[in-house]
Write a protein that binds this ligand. Structure first.
Ligand code: AMP
Length: 185
């Protein structure tokens, strides 16, 4: 019988669905919900994220997840590593004092917020999101974390859309940070 060379990680990542022209014409949306719905696939991906973080051989105090799919991945990774999880949210969602970072979108601005008392200068963190596209969101999150004095060790993504050059955008201002993606498209 023919053997497949597909690893469990390859199989898991192959569950990400391409959705053309969503949410607007010309965008190829990478939908991770079929992967999340697959119990084995989800577990394999979280194990791989945890392995990547351990292999950095650095003290990591918290996972920072970007709303909203970064919460799903980041929460599971934090649990696997037995470290804390910190939420970075869209404006107006957090109830206590926040730091805020605005960033440019194709048209207009958006912002991310972080509760002021969750991180301090002794913390090393990893930032997690599902997709790296232009890098604007990850860069804003990085800058937001640095307001607290905490250090960003690495960014983790399930998927990187290479032609949008988000890796370069983050690296231009943070050349020492690790950028890890499980799949490049
Ligand atoms: P960017 O700031 O351009 O790197 O965009 C990253 C954020 O937007 C992440 O939170 C992603 O979830 C989302 N995103 C951007 N482009 C896509 C895409 N093609 N498919 C799925 N999510 C995307």
């Amino acid at each position: 019988m023919a053997q497949s060379n597909q690893t469990p990680l390859d199989r898991a990542l192959s569950l990400i669905a391409d959705v053309p022209d969503y949410p607007k014409p010309g965008i190829l949306f990478k939908d991770i919900t079929p992967l999340l719905a697959d119990g084995i696939g989800f577990g394999v991906v979280i194990d791989e994220f945890a392995r990547s973080i351990r292999s950095l051989n650095k003290k990591v105090d918290a996972i920072v997840g970007i709303e909203s799919r970064g919460f799903i991945l980041g929460g599971a990774i934090a649990k696997a590593l037995q470290i804390g999880f910190v939420t970075v949210r869209k404006p107006g969602k957090l109830p206590r004092d926040v730091y805020r970072k605005e960033y440019a979108l194709e048209y207009g601005f958006d912002a991310l917020e972080l509760h002021k008392d969750l991180l301090d200068p002794s913390d090393n963190v990893i930032i997690v999101d599902d997709v790296l596209a232009t890098g604007g969101t990850a860069l804003a999150c990085h800058d937001l974390v640095e307001i607290t004095g905490a250090k960003v060790i690495a960014h983790l993504f399930m998927l990187e859309i290479e032609f949008l050059q988000g890796r370069k955008t983050i690296g231009n201002t943070h050349s020492d940070v690790g950028i890890i993606s499980l799949l490049k498209a």
